[in-house]
Every structure is written in C-alpha cells, then in structure tokens.
Ligand binder design. Structure first.
Ligand SMILES: NC(=O)c1ccc[n+]([C@@H]2O[C@H](COP(=O)([O-])OP(=O)(O)OC[C@H]3O[C@@H](n4cnc5c(N)ncnc54)[C@H](OP(=O)(O)O)[C@@H]3O)[C@@H](O)[C@H]2O)c1
Length: 255
C-alpha cells in the first residue's frame, strides 16, 4: 500500500517522541541501520544521550503542544538536510480516566498532546512533503482507538481520531507519492504503561515494538499493528455488534 524500503542508509528520519519507549527504540534501531536521524521530544538530555557520538544526528527538543517549537525544529532540519524522507510522530501520553473521575483539565491536556500535537506536526511538514512529492509520515495511534474501552475515556478518543486522520491522509497523500503509515501497538512495556495495575495481555518490549514498526514500514504496509496475536483479536472485536462487543469487554476486563 506504500512503497517498500530496501535500505535505510542515508534516509533522513525525524522521530518526534524519541526520548523514551517506542520512539527511543525505533530511533536506536534506525541509527544502527544507517539512517540519518533528527530526534525530538521535551527531554533534551535523553535525546542527547540517544544521539551519543553520532555527530550527524540532530537533537531538536520541542514540546509537541506548542506549534512554534515544532515549526522551529522543522525549520532547523530543513536548513541542515533540505528535506525529510520520513516523519514519525510517536509522542503521546496516557491517563487512566473513567466517567466517575472525569477531569476536564486532564482531558484537554491529553488531547493537546495526543491529537493537537500531531496536528501541529502536520501543519509544519505537510507543505514540505507535498512540495517534495516523496517521503512519508507515520503516526503512532493505538488499538485503544478501535472502539470504546474502560479506563480510556479520553485516551481512546484521541487515538480513534488519529486512526481516522491517517486514513484520510492516506487517501489524500498516497496519490501524491507520499507514504502514510498508521501504527497501532498493543501493550508495550514503556514508562507509559509502567503504572498499569492489571496484567497486560501479550505485553512486548519497546525493542520488539520498534522492530515490528520498522519491518512494517520496510514492507510498505499502511496499517502496522503488533503483536498480531493480540491486535488481530481486537480487529475482530471491532466488527462485533454493540450488544456483543459491550458484553465481551465487560467479561474480559471485569470492568
Ligand atoms: N506503551 C504502550 O503500550 C502503547 C500502546 C499503544 C500506543 N502507544 C503509543 O505509543 C506512543 C509512544 O508511547 P510509549 O509507550 O513509548 O511511551 P513513553 O515511553 O512515555 O514515550 C512517550 C514519548 O512521547 C514524548 N512526549 C510526550 N509528551 C510530549 C510533548 N508534549 N512534546 C514532545 N514529546 C512528548 C515523550 O518525551 P518527553 O517526555 O521527553 O517529551 C516520549 O518520548 C504514544 O503515542 C502512545 O500513546 C503506546
């Protein structure tokens, strides 16, 4: 559905959300494959550490909720590289929320990062990608965006919006020669899930998640989801009528 990638050598990749978890492991793995990297997130020290002694790697701290800091970082990359081959938007946050502890402030903060953040990135990179007529953009959403789930009152909708966004982007951008990747992980062991107080089914490491993400991009897939032993069940659950779906979720989660 997208063009395949045979070699990463020399490819210019901007990873936004590279300071920990899936983003950091993806950046590390791409660095080993010879890609040229620009690393962004708020934690400059973690980015610097990841860049290590790769003098070519660009370290560009930003806050994804601030459109100006995203635009500034993008401008600096273009000044160095002249273009970008792949923009990976991994940054995101989670908070556990249900109807009985709804908090408007927290809800807005989460949407500012998980939804407005990627929109800030699109505003910066879309004109460049369209002018290039090449390159690609990948957005990390989540299987939590497939359908409503308990404890994901706002996280779920933020990821559902990203899934829909990627589908529309694919329709608009693929005919213009630009690759679009929708990345939906299941449970991955990272700081984001470290606080979960339940047994996470089919939990994988961030390194494994990064490998699967990269392989999906290399194969030119649009929908990159992993681990399949978990995500395929959720894809089936996506098709169930509401009555069956709600029954199943209550039964499985006990919530
Ligand atoms: N772990 C899972 O089970 C799982 C499952 C499905 C989807 N996901 C998604 O995968 C993505 C990565 O999550 P992760 O699990 O790897 O968690 P993580 O280790 O907490 O990484 C989150 C990344 O997002 C960055 N970030 C957060 N807020 C930001 C902001 N305002 N500006 C810039 N960067 C920001 C963080 O960097 P700074 O704090 O340095 O800014 C960090 O690099 C998220 O979108 C998450 O929703 C995770």
């Amino acid at each position: 559905m997208n063009s395949k990638i045979v070699s990463w050598r020399g490819r210019r990749v901007w990873v936004i959300g590279a300071s920990s978890g899936i983003g950091a492991e993806t950046a590390r793995a791409l660095q080993l494959r010879g890609a040229r990297l620009a690393l962004s997130a708020r934690n400059a020290q973690a980015l610097q550490q990841l860049a290590g002694n790769h003098a070519e790697t660009l370290v560009l701290p930003l806050d994804i909720t601030d459109p100006n800091s995203v635009t500034d970082a993008h401008r600096q990359i273009l000044a160095q590289w002249g273009g970008i081959d792949l923009v990976l938007i991994v940054a995101g946050t989670y908070n556990k929320m249900r109807a009985d502890n709804f908090d408007l402030q927290q809800a807005k903060q989460l949407l500012a990062t998980n939804l407005n953040g990627p929109l800030n990135c699109l505003a910066a990179v879309l004109p460049m990608l369209l002018a290039q007529g090449s390159g690609g953009i990948g957005i990390v959403a989540s299987v939590a965006g497939f359908r409503g789930l308990p404890e994901a009152l706002i996280y779920g909708p933020s990821k559902a919006a990203l899934i829909n966004l990627c589908e529309s982007l694919y329709l608009d951008l693929r005919p213009r020669g630009i690759n679009v990747y929708l990345i939906n992980p299941g449970f991955v062991a990272t700081p984001l899930t470290a606080g979960n107080d339940f047994a996470m089914p089919a939990l994988i490491s961030a390194r494994e998640a990064a490998e699967k993400l990269i392989i999906g991009i290399e194969r030119g897939e649009f929908h990159i989801h992993f681990p399949k032993r978990f995500t395929n069940w959720l894809r089936v659950a996506r098709l169930l009528p509401y009555r069956c779906y709600f029954w199943l979720i209550h039964k499985v989660t006990g919530l």
